[in-house]
Write a protein that binds this ligand. Structure first.
Ligand code: AVJ
Length: 325
């Protein structure tokens, strides 16, 4: 018997390909403009697997730290928001989700779980697994892009929207302000947002976390070139690009770069274009912002969300903030 999962689809596979083409034209093909791609293209099946491997690297602390915070404080979070519905944006990490679901259930009010993700097949699997393990819980999966379909989910009972892992750091400050504002717009008074943020720390630890010795992050970064090869019939040679992820002090973000090791022209037949790279030219594939504790509170407040809870791990590496509308 299949567990009862309902599904709402805002993004179809064809849409993703069209969006990719438009973003590649904008991000790679405008002569004289620094080359950049959205980090969302890093996560095909292989990329998601590689990210999963990253979360277990000795140098990559965020996943472990956030799990530690949830183990310690999920009950406090559940009590402070008393939510009936948990919406999880980018519902990647089932273990962390379960810590929240368990706490919300123990606090008495949990009725509904709404995982929200761009990848339909992945989403369906994890939604069905949750439905199996939490009898009586309504699971409604939403396939959407959190930059375009925020708030497009059923609105019933008091909401807790969870955005974990530090993925908020992928948004640059103006995008982040828009994101919080749009999210707040779709919330009712009493609804909550739980957001995970990586905190500022020594350059050397940040560097190590994104330039691991085993080279998993490098493989993850280069994987985006394979995605372009597959989706656009491009002929990138991933080995002709070096992975580098320095910390940018001014912007307070780690940025992942692919650095062209030589002058090269890459064919993009699906777009009837070539992309030229000079030797040493950079393609930016991700920014990962790091935060001051007070900065998170200020950004939430600017969107009309009041931070009512703040928790860190024992080392002070990572933080969870709970804000209410
Ligand atoms: C999934 C966006 C939180 O920024 O740390 C890990 C992605 N990139 N290593 C992060 C990532 C390189 C990760 N987030």
């Amino acid at each position: 018997e299949r567990p009862a999962v309902t599904m709402q689809v805002h993004v179809r596979p064809g849409d993703a390909r069209r969006t990719l083409r438009a973003e590649v034209l904008e991000g790679l093909c405008v002569e004289g403009r620094p080359k950049e791609l959205s980090p969302k293209w890093l996560y095909d099946e292989r990329g998601s697997q590689l990210f999963d491997d990253i979360t277990r690297l000795p140098e990559y602390y965020p996943t472990r730290r956030e799990r530690e915070i949830l183990r310690e404080h999920a009950r406090d979070i559940a009590r402070a928001c008393a939510a009936h519905t948990l919406v999880e944006l980018g519902s990647g990490s089932s273990e962390k989700t379960r810590l929240l679901l368990d706490a919300l259930r123990e606090e008495g009010g949990l009725e509904r779980f709404i995982p929200f993700d761009v990848s339909e097949s992945f989403l369906r699997q994890s939604a069905e697994a949750v439905a199996r393990d939490y009898p009586g819980l309504h699971v409604h999966a939403v396939v959407g892009d959190f930059e375009r379909h925020l708030g497009r989910w059923p609105r019933e009972g008091r909401l807790l929207v969870a955005f974990l892992g530090g993925t908020i750091g992928n948004l640059k400050p103006p995008e982040r302000a828009r994101f919080y504002a749009r999210l707040a717009e779709g919330m009712e008074p009493g609804d909550g947002l739980l957001v995970g943020t990586d905190l500022l720390k020594s350059r050397s630890r940040l560097f190590a976390a994104y330039n691991d010795r085993a080279g998993v992050t490098a493989a993850f970064n280069r994987n985006v070139l394979r995605v372009l090869n597959h989706e656009l019939q491009a002929d990138f040679d991933p080995e002709a690009f070096e992975h580098l992820a320095p910390f940018d002090e001014e912007n307070q973000w780690v940025e992942m770069r692919l650095v062209s090791t030589r002058a090269q022209a890459v064919r993009l037949p699906a777009l009837e274009r070539f992309v030229n790279f000079a030797e040493g030219e950079v393609l930016r594939t991700e920014v990962s912002c790091k935060f001051h504790p007070a900065q998170v509170q200020e950004e939430l407040a600017a969107a009309g969300l009041e931070r009512v809870g703040y928790w860190t791990d024992a080392a002070g590496d990572f933080a969870l903030s709970l804000a209410l509308k």
